[in-house]
Design a protein around this ligand. Structure first.
Ligand code: SF4
Length: 232
């Protein structure tokens, strides 16, 4: 078989993005927020935690500390108690209070829009920055979490394990105006269909464009065929 051309991958990536948009037209981030600041904090808290749990915690947290200045000046012990249920609560308290302090001291209490500025905030990684850019500001951003990594690897749109390289691979393949929606749709697809342990390829809207479908789907029938061969 001749080697795949980059233009073939780009064409396939665009078709995958289109199909996912048709399958999940209304999917956004599952984190609840009313401002860029709230989304920033919620995204930091979402590491190693479900969005549902984060939403429960932030409803109380933002009621108590609505602005960056409030959270920056809060007693860490109180913050730790409030966010305890999200796990890693000591480190997360440090991160959200440091980021809040940076917002107050360097950006007048407002969340910046540029990627370089966002990642300059303590406790804010590239993934968080892209989630905020895409969902709070409507700017293009590809955020690589565990679902984005796994699903895009299975789809053959990246071969890398490194989030920054995966982000670059996808940026090269997909039009900028699809980046945010694509991220939210792939994350949803990864949670509901292309699951980590057993992808549901039979229910997948992009199966015809996925190089991993045969292996996943054919496995049971191959097993059945080999069993019947043994019986003969
Ligand atoms: S065909 Fe299967 S492996 Fe490929 S994206 Fe769909 S669910 Fe995932």
């Amino acid at each position: 078989m001749p080697p795949r051309k980059k233009s073939d991958d780009a064409e396939r990536a665009r078709r995958i993005a289109k199909e996912l948009a048709l399958s999940y037209p209304d999917v956004g981030t599952a984190l609840r927020f009313e401002s860029p600041f709230q989304l920033l904090i919620a995204t930091i808290l979402a590491a190693q935690c479900t969005d549902e749990k984060v939403n429960q915690v932030t409803a109380v947290l933002f009621d108590r500390f609505p602005k960056p200045a409030d959270l920056a000046a809060a007693d860490p012990a109180e913050v730790e108690e409030l966010i305890h249920a999200t796990g890693f609560f000591r480190q997360k308290t440090k991160s959200i209070q440091s980021a809040s302090r940076d917002l107050v001291e360097q950006f007048g209490g407002a969340v910046p829009r540029e990627l370089e500025e966002l990642v300059s905030l303590r406790g804010v990684a590239r993934k968080t920055a892209n989630v905020v850019r895409g969902n709070a500001f409507g700017l293009p951003g590809i955020a690589i979490d565990t679902h984005m990594k796994r699903v895009n690897q299975r789809l053959g749109l990246t071969r890398s394990d490194d989030p920054v390289k995966i982000e670059r691979d996808l940026m090269a393949l997909l039009p900028e105006d699809t980046w945010t929606d694509y991220t939210n749709q792939v994350i949803h697809h990864g949670r509901t269909v292309c699951k980590a342990r057993k992808p549901r390829c039979g229910e997948c809207g992009v199966a015809s464009l996925c190089p991993s479908v045969e292996a996943d789907e054919a496995a049971p029938s191959r097993r059945k065929a080999s069993r019947s061969r043994k019986r003969r």
